[in-house]
Design a binder for this molecule. Sequence first.
Ligand code: ADP
Ligand code: MG
Length: 820
Amino acid sequence: MGYKNAAVFGGFSTFVIKCLNMIYDLAKRQMSEEDLGEIPRLNMLLKRYVDCDPKDRELIVQDVLKLAGKLSMPENGEMQSTSESGEMQSTPEKKAGTDGTAKKNQVAGAKKKTRAAVEIGSAPGKTQPGTKPDAGDLLELQFLKNVGPKRIRLLKKLGINSVRDLLYHFPRRYEDRSRLKKFYQIQDGEVETVTGRVIGCQDLKPRKGLHITKAAVNDGTSVGYAVWFNQPFIKKQIPPGTEILITGKADRKFGSIQITVTDFEIADQEDPVHTGRIVPVYPATEGLPAKTLRTIMKSAVDKYAIMQEEFLPPQLLAKYGFIGLPAALAQIHFPGVMDEIEAARHRLVFEELFLLQMGVGLLKVTKTAEKGIKHKKPGPLTKLFQDQIPFGLTGAQKRVLDEIVRDMEDEKPMNRLVQGDVGSGKTIIAAAALVKTVESGYQGAMMAPTEILASQHYQGLQELLEPLGVRLALLTGSLSRSEKAATLDDIKNGRVDIVVGTHAVIQEEIEFQRLGLAVTDEQHRFGVKQRAKLKEKGYNPDVLVMTATPIPRTLALTIYGDLDVSVIDELPPGRQPIKTHWTGRGMKSKVYKFIRDQVNLGRQVYYICPLVEESDKLEVQAAVELAEILQNRVFPDIKVGLMHGRLKQDEKDTVMRDFKNGELNILVATTVVEVGVNVPNATVIVIEDADRFGLAQLHQLRGRVGRGSFQSYCILVASPSTEEGKARMKIMQSTCDGFVIAEEDLKLRGPGEFFGTRQSGLPDLKIADLIKDVKTMQLAREEALKLLKSDPGLEKKEHLRLKEEISGRFLGTANYIKTS
Ligand code: ADP
Ligand code: MG
């Protein structure tokens, strides 16, 4: 592409450096002295590639190609010659014949790219489908010792697609096996490490199915025994005379020590991996035991940590005394002493948070420069709509709506998060924004996380908007094929103004004529990624995200750093705070009496079943049983309904409608009613085994009541066995303030669980801890902002590596950073 250093994300030169390393690995034994000397020279030149003009760049690349041309083909076709320039990309296809995984690699790589791009909300069309930025990385993984196609697949399951990923797969904990003991120093029951010489070994078969290998080991002062169960292959590995290191639990038997070996190693290695040192413990996965991963990691660290180039700006390294990247990576995996872990962590945590903040910062910079839709000033439709609203907006609602209107009328795309506690009245705000987009001649989309919620929104909007002539459509997964096709066609041809649906449907299949506004309700149920998906399809609509999850400020900055935030911090008038009671499981009869009293007053009741996390089938079963008991034994004269996730959509609709209309007095339900359901006449929510739920979830559930003017009650039935469970019940009793609850929840549980990382779009942090490292986060944020201010395009020489790194990690952002 004319040597613009732009053909590959992260810079063409980085890619070529990787190729050069591969050439070296493959050919160092067959290369002449002279050719070998070329490698460091070219490496150096490539690092200055960005500073060279295109002519010189061409010369450098020619030299690399010349060198590659001298490679002879390995017999099994493992590596393709790079001599036809630009052919590196096609390596996976060519390899597919001999190695089934190659194609998959390619697909995974491509997928990875879209994912990364979407996370950052990249603009579509700018990515070049032909480039495979991480082809080099993918190949690298195969070149690791002990790693074949099968292990590559297993590593992928852990999200490891390259050596780089592997190096950033950090230990969960460490075991200090560096202190060697003598047998005579060991106490019964301790886990210890001993080194000694094997003097004899014996296979024992005391009974069928049990095979014991027992070796006598001389540690220089006395003899002890090492035993392995059902590993008959061990004996061959340790002939008499072998020096071994063994780690395991010790038993004293008949006066001598016997160690049941969990890890052992032949001690002639200079650098032990599994024992005799501080040993990293990795989260194991099926088929890839911790020990295997440790072996793979050791060779990766030994060989590749040193090659990882520093990218943090030198001024930051100096200011905070961070150790360099290769050292940090080596020490975090295989520390010599415990202190080294801290030093490595110090740097890697900062690095991770700093890159994150740089990514967010860059995104914000570019978003402000983007052009979106400029919505019209309010006209007659808006006026009609306002006259329809059956109540006056609260001050907070007015303020937030003003902010939205201002954003929408502006040319730059809106990206606004509306935070408002349950019941604060977010729906009407969304409706107003949707009306505005329709009035301006665009279509609107409203996405909800569940079908129940989607149809509730649909009904609500229908009541408000159909009289105004606005055309609505509901799209959920349970439409028949032909209904769906017809609806999709209407949307495509502009015969529908507003589409309401579950987010999956809207994001995956829909095509709009002119999408002007996308609203997503209850954001915590789906992530930033999905939000970006619409953009990916070629729309650049205004985006409104609504959430009842009160996100503590510290986290909001991280997660929604690229969003503007509005807060509805006021409840509609006349609401009475919900009274929350916590009672033990033995008090059911009192609870039943209370329910009966409320029903007699004309009120309605939610009865939430215990959470069965292991299986939703069991959960449904439990719900069915509970409903039967309540209906047949406890409240034979009262109407009890049942709602759970396995009902068909029309069944759900019927139940929900009956409950709304007051035909059902009690609704037994699983957590499907957790989000957004609105029945103002319901005043009691009973939550069984409440201690099994998280605080955020309890708060959401509680928010189903207290939505009208009647006094409402939340009854937590729980006899918690843990302190944490008790603490949660107490917090629920003490406050109705979502923000307080969120802060407490974070303290008790940590952010991953709080949001459910998978759904939230919360960054997948590998080493930093959003709570423990909150100070570092602030520091990283300050430094990132400072840097972006002084060098917005990261054009300065000392920031070039950083720029490459950011483009590499957030591939989508590459579009936003100008490449020279
Ligand atoms: P959430 O923020 O939890 O989504 P909703 O939008 O469902 O809350 O609103 C909760 C209830 O409050 C609804 O019944 C809605 O009609 C009502 N509501 C919203 N705004 C007001 C208001 N300003 N005055 C009175 N009732 C309101
Ligand atoms: Mg809502």
